[in-house]
Design a protein around this ligand. Structure first.
Ligand SMILES: Cc1cc2nc3c(=O)[nH]c(=O)nc-3n(C[C@H](O)[C@H](O)[C@H](O)COP(=O)(O)OP(=O)(O)OC[C@H]3O[C@@H](n4cnc5c(N)ncnc54)[C@H](O)[C@@H]3O)c2cc1C
Length: 271
């Protein structure tokens, strides 16, 4: 693999210090699993990297009111192992335990996954299904965006060059049951399907999110009594053909995985 181009490294010890140096050419690094690859391939060539490693308050997981709050440099493994996530959002722990390999889970972060907006993500579809939102902090203040607003397209998120993603916030208490199934033959998922039963009495929704196969994740809400056809939903999705399969093949696999996810959710509902 090619060597990294030269760069400077900043090690701020607070969010404020980090915000003083961020710019188009001076960009944050969390786990580096995506960024360093992109730099080796000369796709990105920042002047300096702003390490998030020494900033207290950006790591960890906590409960704030009716939301779980995941810090902007919390790794997949730290979140998967968090007793709070295992208690309130077990489906998220399950998904994060399947991301990449142990090295990627130990250093890669949820925030990095979202900001990089790699389409072959398990993290984006499950966070979309869970109604998560992100908090972005800049010298001008903070703003909050839904995942759907934040992920604009492949490798393109709504983060501005002067912003840090400081929190991922996920509402708790409205998920009855959830499953996530992914089909993967290579390093990253070919298709990932989340199926969730959400809501309270009188306001129930069955939600499907199809991720990794197209440029953006696809979310559909059904009433609990609706019949769901994997083939019909897959017909509406435009898979990206690549080395993992043709458009037609991926569309077929998507339909099969939607049907399997819905059956698994039904089994959970009747168990
Ligand atoms: C071999 C391999 C296998 C993988 N398999 C999977 C998989 O199965 N499923 C899956 O979903 N993903 C997979 N991934 C992607 C992995 O999840 C991401 O690499 C990881 O989550 C990115 O986080 P990071 O901390 O390493 O980001 P970095 O590489 O540090 O950063 C990525 C981008 O985000 C920006 N950034 C990071 N943190 C912040 C922040 N707090 N605020 C603002 N900007 C920020 C950086 O500036 C950079 O542009 C895989 C990656 C690899 C290399």
């Amino acid at each position: 693999m090619s060597v990294l181009p030269p760069f400077m490294l900043h090690r701020p010890e607070s969010i404020g210090e980090a915000l003083e140096v961020l710019s188009f050419d001076d960009i944050p690094v969390a786990g580096g699993t995506e960024l360093l690859l992109a730099m080796r391939m000369r796709v990105l060539r920042p002047t300096s990297l702003v390490s998030l490693r020494h900033i207290p308050g950006l790591g960890g997981v906590e409960v704030d009111g009716a939301e779980i709050v995941i810090g902007g440099r919390t790794t997949h493994q730290a979140a998967a192992d968090s007793p709070l996530i295992r208690q309130h959002l077990p489906i998220l722990a399950e998904v994060l335990n399947q991301v990449g390999n142990p090295r990627v889970r130990a250093s890669g972060t949820l925030a990095g996954n979202l900001v990089f907006a790699e389409p072959k993500s398990d993290v984006i579809p499950i966070l979309l299904g869970l109604d998560a939102h992100v908090v972005l902090t800049s010298p001008d203040g903070t703003r909050t965006l839904d995942i759907d607003q934040f992920i604009i397209g492949p490798y393109y998120s709504a983060r501005e060059p002067n912003e840090l993603l400081t929190q991922i916030r996920i509402p708790i208490g409205h998920i009855d049951r959830a499953v996530y199934l992914k089909y993967q033959t290579m390093e990253r998922p070919t298709v990932g399907v989340a199926a969730l039963d959400l809501g309270t009495d009188g306001d129930r929704v069955r939600r499907l999110v199809v991720g990794a196969v197209a440029e953006r994740s696809h979310l559909i809400d059904f009433s609990p009594s609706d019949a769901i056809s994997g083939e019909a939903i897959a017909a509406e999705i435009e898979p990206i053909p690549d080395i993992a399969g043709s458009k037609e093949y991926k569309r077929h696999v998507t339909g099969v995985y939607i049907d399997r996810a819905v059956s698994s959710l039904d089994e959970l509902a009747h168990s």
